[in-house]
Design a protein around this ligand. Structure first.
Ligand code: FNR
Length: 372
């Protein structure tokens, strides 16, 4: 196993090891990649306000997500095609995530099926849904439900794929042994683009249902007993609409800067959305609660701490898991999750927060705030 001490080092190793076309697919972002960079820079502008002389001899990072107990509030975001990183693909990720006792969100664009991933053994898995067409989507939801997945995460920021110019330039194609198995051969069909461009963009543009609205989501929610989360919300207006239709959770996400360039960093809008979480307690009293999660640019335990302080109930990480997988397979994914968790613990101890409940709004200072 490579000797790495932080998650960025896995990315450095992956840049050297992986074929450029696939490294670029994982690492890249939309157009000028402003949002991609901003996802990181925005974290660096937030300061931590430590409290000293607090008894931190015992720490507790455990938390509950949708009533499910997990080891810490760091979870695995849905990402496509893990087999581009490692021959065991999502199977290795699933085993590592289960070993870390946290949630894995399995993508519709996985290179293994819902059932193959479930067969790796016990683990808390959510299923991320893209609606290519409504009938297919309903089938996928039913399969996830049957295979023991615990929630549906509908991604709402991807009517078409963003312009990822690295993929266009590289004329991204999948190797013959890798496909998006849940979308039945669509990936294979398009593995050789006939014109300059990326086969994935072709799949998304041709086959995605671009007519989906809030009404459809509401109807969809009725078709499953599983909790239903929306991923890709960036404004309080949309958060309130989500609460109106009684979703079980919101993931503040800009798809890791891969969809629309120049949308804000997720950490900078989290509070705007999370504040509505409080109104949610009032507005959607019947639902009981609506946790708000965030992803995008989380590479350090301090980032997780900042997100929790600004109202997140937990965070998801995307690329670090892929790079850990590319370098050290299952062990690499486990190590990524362990390193982030250890860094979060270190941050909490030195900031005087022995438990997650101790982390609150006064634990951080955002750029707009003057020290009082
Ligand atoms: C993604 N993401 C994503 N999201 C989703 O809902 N379904 C998907 O299939 C994918 N696929 C995907 C592939 C790759 C290569 C990346 C990098 C990302 C977005 C993902 O869930 C998450 O929002 C971001 O990755 C979070 O940002 P970081 O942690 O990668 O900075």
């Amino acid at each position: 196993m490579a000797r790495v001490v932080n998650v960025d080092e896995y990315e450095d190793l992956a840049r050297v090891k992986m074929p450029k076309m696939y490294y670029d697919f994982y690492a890249g972002g939309a157009e000028d990649k402003w949002t991609l960079r901003e996802n990181r820079s925005a974290f660096s502008r937030i300061r931590i306000r430590p409290q000293v002389l607090v008894d931190v001899s015992h720490t507790d990072l455990t938390t509950s997500v949708l009533g499910l107990k997990i080891a810490c509030p760091i979870m695995v975001a849905p990402t496509a095609l893990h087999k581009l990183a490692h021959p065991e693909g999502e199977l290795a990720t699933a085993r590592a995530t289960a070993a870390a006792n946290t949630v894995m969100v399995v993508s519709t664009s996985s290179s293994h099926t819902i059932e193959e991933i479930a067969d790796t053994g016990p683990g808390i898995r959510f299923f991320q849904l893209y609606i290519f067409n409504k009938v297919r989507a309903m089938e996928l939801v039913a399969r996830a439900e049957k295979a023991g997945y615990k929630a549906i995460v509908l991604t709402v920021d991807t009517p078409i794929l963003g312009r990822r110019e690295d993929d266009l330039r590289n004329r991204l194609v999948l190797p013959p042994d890798v496909s998006m198995k849940l979308i039945d051969g669509i990936g294979e069909q398009h593995s050789q683009p006939t014109e300059p461009g990326s086969s994935l963009a072709a799949v998304a543009s041709e086959y995605k249902d671009k007519s989906i609205t809030w009404k459809d989501v509401q109807a969809f929610m009725k078709l499953t007993k599983l909790p239903f989360l929306l991923k890709g919300i960036l404004t309080k207006e949309d958060a309130l609409k989500a609460i109106d239709i009684c979703v079980d959770g919101i993931i503040v996400s800009n798809h890791g800067g891969r969809q629309l360039d120049h949308v804000p960093a997720t950490i900078s809008v989290l509070e705007e959305v999370a504040i509505t979480r409080n109104s949610c307690y009032v507005v959607a009293a019947a639902a009981g609660r609506c946790p708000v999660f965030v992803d995008g640019g989380i590479r350090r335990g301090t980032d997780v701490f900042k997100a929790l302080a600004l109202g997140a109930s937990g965070v998801f990480v995307g690329r670090p898991v892929l790079f850990g997988l590319a370098i050290d397979g299952e062990q690499g994914v486990k190590k990524v999750l362990d390193m982030l968790k250890d860094e979060l613990r270190t941050t909490m101890v030195i900031a005087g927060c022995p438990t997650l409940a101790h982390i609150n709004r006064s634990s951080v200072q955002t750029p707009e705030e003057k020290p009082s």
